[in-house]
Ligand binder design. Sequence first.
Ligand code: CDP
Length: 239
Amino acid sequence: MKKITIAIDGHSSCGKSTMAKDLAREVGYIYIDSGAMYRCCTLFAMEQGLVNADGTIQADVLERRMQEIQVSFRLNPETGRPDAYLNGKNVEKLIRTMEVSSHVSPVAALPFVRAAMTAQQQAMGREGGIVMDGRDIGTAVFPDAELKIFVTASDEIRAQRRYDELVAKGETCDFQQILENLRERDHIDSTRSVAPLRQAEDALVLDNSHMTIPEQKQWLLERFKERTLSPASPLQGKE
Ligand code: CDP
């Protein structure tokens, strides 16, 4: 059976990664978290002192040093999921902090950062058999993906999910701060000039505000089967 390319885009903290990881595991595809790649660039900028106290980025220096950023993923046998590595170091935990979250969208809006990450993502997906989640996968990275999903949920529900996730990891966090961060990131992500967050015309929309994880997994698996079992069938229309 031909391996297809699956693009899952959507707003911050709407459960894209959970869906994408589960589907990839279920069908034996590679999963790539493109957001982790932008988070790695952000961590690099922070560690190298390229984020100023007012939150602005020293973009000219970062641009010159982009080739020093090598992002890769390796399966973590304990979690069964891929961890992100920045220049050979496991940074999976470090890139998920609120500090990285608060700087990532301005970094991800820089055209040279996007060009570098998009090229790496396209190289990873050359053979198909990949599930990638992010903001611009169905529009800019893989515009020809056979299955495109655009996921959304209300912002309060998304903030609550992110809050629960951080608390489960033992981090202290503030609900209001999380809500503001995700609203701000949605705004920057949707209004930037290069590859803004938007729904691809041929994407299926999933509002999972009131869906459980098993329900959304099932929904996605059905869409996958439709595309792989009858690849020539036309789109079923937006959902
Ligand atoms: O998991 P969460 O929804 O918080 O975000 P993420 O997927 O880890 O992505 C972090 C940030 O990277 C987003 O807010 C975007 O600013 C940026 N990003 C992007 O610009 N393009 C992508 N394809 C993926 C992420």
